[in-house]
Every structure is written in C-alpha cells, then in structure tokens.
Design a protein around this ligand. Sequence first.
Ligand code: AKG
Ligand code: FE2
Length: 226
Amino acid sequence: MANEAFNWAYDAREDPEAVDKDEKPISIWPEDLSGFREELFAYHTQLLQLSRRLTRIFALALHLPEDYFDEYVKRPEAGMRILHYPEQEHSADEQQGIGAHTDVECFTIVTQDDSGGLEVLSKSGRWIKADPVPGSFVVNIADCFMRQTNDFFVSTVHRVINKSGKERYSAPFFFGFDRKKLLEPVPTCVSDENPMKYPIMTGGEYYRWRTNKQKGTPVEVKATTA
Ligand SMILES: O=C(O)CCC(=O)C(=O)O
Ligand SMILES: [Fe+2]
C-alpha cells in the first residue's frame, strides 16, 4: 500500500464567512471518533482564512486590485486530506507514495511531518526535494489557477516518495474558487499578443472533466463562451 487517506470537503457551518450557512454538508464523518471532526475543522478553518488572504497577495502579484478574487472565494472549494504513508521497503521501481501529478484547484497548502519525501519538478525537469521546514508550508499552484492566469502561474508537478524508513503523515489543503464561476483569464494575463490558451468553462465543468479524465471516461465538455 502506497498510502491511505481520509478526505473531507468545505462545510459552510465551519466557515466564519459563509454566505449560505444552511448549505448542506456533503462529507461523511465517523461517528465513533470523539473530537475528530472538531479538531480537523479547527485547523481547516484556519487554512481557509489563510487561503482567502493569500488570494489577495496573489491578486497584487498579478497587478490586480487586492480584492479582485474576493467574489471567487465567498463560496470557495476547500477540500482537505489527511494522509498516512506507511513505512516502506522500497526498491528502485516500486517506491512511489503518490506518483507525479498536478492538483486540480487553485493552490494547495501542504502540511507535512519531518519525514521528507515530497518532491517538486523544476522548470529544467529535475526533481527537487521540498524538505519540511519547521513552521512553514509548501504551497503548490494548481491547474485552475494556471488556466486563469493563462500559464503565468504554472502548476507544480509533484510526487511523494517515502524513503524515510518510517511512517509519514501529511495534510494537503486544496483551495479553489467558487465552482459556479467561470475560469476566465485575469485581465493582466491576456493580450492581443498573448491570447487565452484555454477554452473558458466554469470551475465545476472543469472539475468534472478532470475527474472523469482521471477515471478514464472520455467526456465532452462544451466550452462556455464569455
Ligand atoms: O503528501 C504530500 O505531501 C502531498 C500529497 C499530494 O500531493 C496530494 O494528495 O495531492
Ligand atoms: Fe498533490
């Protein structure tokens, strides 16, 4: 086994800025683990608020008004996963914890223990260790943000190989924009010389296309023209 995980999704009841507190939650939680949901959401809510702040910093970095993404993060996507990578006997060809991939949403905040094992692909095609630094996170750009910035921000290809000889724990937080909104290019990332490279669709349409693609089911998604 390469890893085992527990996943959960955004829950309006745990979002201090929720626009619709009555939105029905979708995640299923174990009933017999006292404090499990509460403890995880205490952390999740902090990361949610940090992510909203990060979108303001990203907006400034893109030479946009600071509040440019505020409308996109009123009802954000905010899935989280706690992962356990068992101690592994590894050989050269069978050492993957998670194979090379990019994440789907806007960006991912990764909390990891001190085992190491997360690697990111550099522009020159070399794997670089994203070694854990105490008190810091790894933040990876993901595909929706790459689309919206027309490749100005590039998704980080990453993988995990647990070579530590002990168990590894991590907790990625996947932050994305409101799925109902169009993944329109931000104005500072398109021009006559640099037209939009991607068909424009909502975050929800894109997500469905991506997850079906991963399952190997070919689907047609019609691009919505802005
Ligand atoms: O375990 C990690 O450090 C990263 C996990 C990851 O890339 C993922 O779950 O998408
Ligand atoms: Fe990932």
